[in-house]
Design a protein around this ligand. Structure first.
Ligand code: AMP
Length: 653
């Protein structure tokens, strides 16, 4: 569809698109006439060259939005605001670990990003090159992302809590030209060196970056430099203090970034995002979902290493000319009032966090909330994992504000199911994130037939084509895996979320957990296969099965059942082996993945064809019916597991 005349009209008018009316009407239009709907949204961002075609869906399941348009995420997030909002705060980076607050205006952000971009070009990074950013949640991580976007380099932020092996796997897949890191992060007052992990990951990697840029925070006195490879950020920044780097205009569908996420295999998937579609979707959602206008303040407590951090700590608020708060530290340090004191100090309008964080806060007296002036705070959004009713009710009552559950995935890039107070506030129904977001043609289907199930019936949550702007475009360098991972579960070519769901008579959707072997620990997605592979690294382990079991704070935690090579009778030896397994996972994947408990058994429940029956294991742990066991190979294995559960874990508690 050639929309150039409509687009020119929208862009030149500088409008935000049609005035959006009620949710039902707007949603309906976004589904019935996606091209017209999204053509109306194009003017939300600046285009150096407007798109020629709104949507090219000629090669499903792929689609290209805003074809031919030239734009740039950094220009839209930074440069565009310098004239009108130069003195307004763009980013406030608070660390209760180092006790620092950095208030950065749009003009200062422009300077910092230009310096950073100059460093990148100096280190020979150019358009299309990958840059891995392995950083704590500090301002320089955001500068690095924006600088990459400025020059058309593809950033891939790796969560700082991941260990060396996890980083190495991502290095090998992304083949970065440069890796940006810090000397250390901090957690709960403890310094956590990053650089030794980078050195170890590079040693393990098959495609190491030529250069490493180190942002030293003065936290690690033993910081070691490898001459020729490692570069000091501060020295380079001084040398390039006045640098200006031109913006690289990118075609809307060129890659902006990669973000790795866990799947059912041990190999993480490089979720690839575009430029123009992503920017338009974020700009729309800032208004419709998060109800933020330019100049207002948003506080997302996410780490920049996650999808929420990309979209609503960095790009979303800045695209709009809003102010974004970035936080390094625990939610309860120096006390459980810290986040609310920041809301009061900066006049935060919309706050975004996770159910796990609220469960942590729930252990404290709500007076920590009440003693702060929260008159400007309008909403609390929570995402990343199921929001249980007691937690939602507690925080809603303590705050006296709407608490909005928000469903999305790394793949979607922005909320897929949510209430939209910026458009029309519908009543909150605890346990449900609400209704599909604009452009998301959602349905719940039978797991076998792929047919839509009736309201109230459980099925798999899928999205019909075309997927909206902002949604992932493919898996990095692996179109085939993109198709097999997401689009071949049913006869009809639809995106499978791999989540169970129920839609009620009123249209509210409830998410019931994953259909695959992925677990969600404190809002972070982990593949059980990745953990099993790390357990199997221990030489005395014969085989391991990992499942997620409910946890009061973290939602789910990993639990290991393992068989050992040779005899396992002696308890001391079993405890040592079980502890070694927990340590191995922590060393390879990070503390987040550390198993809560390890049980050593003589046999694992498997099918005759050798497939681990993780669901039966999970049912046994939860004292439920283990389900269909017709394919079970060794009936004794169930007794083994029951016996181990009665005895208690060999490590963990
Ligand atoms: P990630 O890609 O790490 O953000 O994880 C996405 C997964 O987290 C989804 O597939 C869901 O299983 C889960 N998830 C995210 N948001 C919610 C929510 N609001 N309610 C229930 N589950 C959620």
């Amino acid at each position: 569809m050639d929309m150039s005349s409509a687009i020119h009209a929208t862009v030149s008018a500088g409008s935000k698109g049609d005035v959006l009316s009620s949710y039902a009407e707007t949603y309906d239009r976004s589904i019935r006439e996606p091209e017209l709907f999204w053509a109306d949204q194009i003017g939300r961002i600046y285009w150096q060259v407007p798109p020629a075609v709104v949507l090219d869906a000629s090669h499903p399941p792929f689609r290209r939005w805003f074809v031919g348009g030239l734009t740039n995420l950094c220009y839209n997030a930074v440069d565009r605001h310098v004239t009108d909002r130069g003195d307004q705060l763009a980013l406030v980076a608070i660390s209760t670990e180092t006790n620092t607050t950095r208030e950065i205006t749009y003009r200062e952000l422009h300077d910092e990003v230009n310096r950073f971009a100059a460093i990148l070009t100096h280190l020979e990074v150019g358009k299309g090159d990958r840059v891995i950013i392995y950083m704590p949640n500090v301002a320089e991580a955001a500068f690095a992302m924006l600088a990459c976007a400025r020059i058309g380099a593809i950033h891939s932020v790796v969560f700082g809590g991941f260990a060396a092996h996890n980083l190495a796997v991502r290095i090998d897949d992304a083949e970065p030209k440069l890796l940006i890191t810090a000397d250390a992060g901090m957690r709960g007052g403890k310094v956590i060196p990053y650089k030794p992990l980078v050195d170890k990951a590079i040693e393990e990697s098959m495609a190491p970056p030529r250069n490493v840029l180190v942002v030293s925070r003065g936290l690690d006195p033993d910081l070691a430099w490898m001459p020729g490879r490692d570069h000091d950020y501060w020295a380079m920044r001084d040398r390039l203090a006045d640098a200006r780097v031109p913006v690289e205009w990118l075609e809307s569908n060129e890659p902006s970034y990669l973000l790795y996420t866990s799947g059912t295999t041990g190999r993480p998937k490089g979720v690839q995002r575009d430029v123009g579609g992503y920017a338009v979707a974020l700009a729309l959602s800032m208004e419709t979902v998060f109800d933020i206008a330019p100049g207002q303040v948003m506080f997302s407590t996410s780490d920049v290493g996650w999808a929420v951090g990309h979209s609503y700590n960095v790009y979303g608020p800045l695209l709009l000319g809003a102010t974004s708060l970035l936080y390094e530290g625990l939610p309860i340090c120096p006390d459980a009032g810290i986040w609310w004191s920041l809301c009061a100090k900066y006049g935060v309008r919309t706050m975004f966090s996770s159910p796990t964080a609220i469960r942590v806060l729930k252990k404290s007296d709500p007076d920590f909330i009440h003693r702060h002036d929260l008159s400007q705070l309008k909403y609390l959004f929570l995402a990343g994992e199921p929001l249980d009713e007691p937690t939602a009710e507690w925080i809603a009552q303590a705050l006296g504000k709407p608490v909005i559950d928000n469903y999305w995935q790394t793949e979607t890039g922005w909320p897929a199911i949510t209430l939209q107070p910026g458009l029309e506030m519908r009543p909150v129904k605890f346990g449900s994130p609400g209704f599909p977001n604009l452009g998301y043609k959602m349905k719940v289907v039978d797991e076998h037939t792929g047919q839509r199930v009736k309201p109230g019936q459980k099925g798999v949550l899928v999205f019909e084509l075309p997927l909206p702007p902002g949604f992932m475009t493919t898996i990095w360098r692996d179109d085939k895996r993109y198709i097999t991972s997401y689009f071949q579960h049913f006869r009809e070519c639809v995106y499978s979320s791999l989540d169970w769901a129920i839609q009620d008579e009123g249209g509210y959707t409830f998410i019931l957990g994953r259909t695959d072997d992925v677990i969600n620990v404190a809002g972070h997605r982990l593949g059980t296969r990745e953990i099993e592979e790390s357990v199997a690294e221990c030489s005395d382990v014969a085989e391991a099965a990992v499942i997620g079991v409910p946890d009061e704070i973290k939602g789910q935690v990993p639990v290991v059942f393992a068989t050992l090579r040779g005899a396992t009778a002696e308890q001391g030896a079993r405890t040592n082996a079980a502890n070694a397994m927990r340590q191995s996972v922590e060393n390879r994947l990070g503390a987040l993945a550390r198993p809560a408990r390890v049980y050593i058994v003589n046999a694992l429940p498997k099918t005759r064809s050798g497939k681990l029956l993780r669901r039966s294991l999970q049912a046994l742990v939860m004292e439920k019916d283990p389900g269909d066991l017709s394919t079970l190979d060794d009936p004794n294995s169930l007794e083994e597991v029951r016996g181990a559960l009665r005895r208690g874990p060999d490590a963990g508690s």
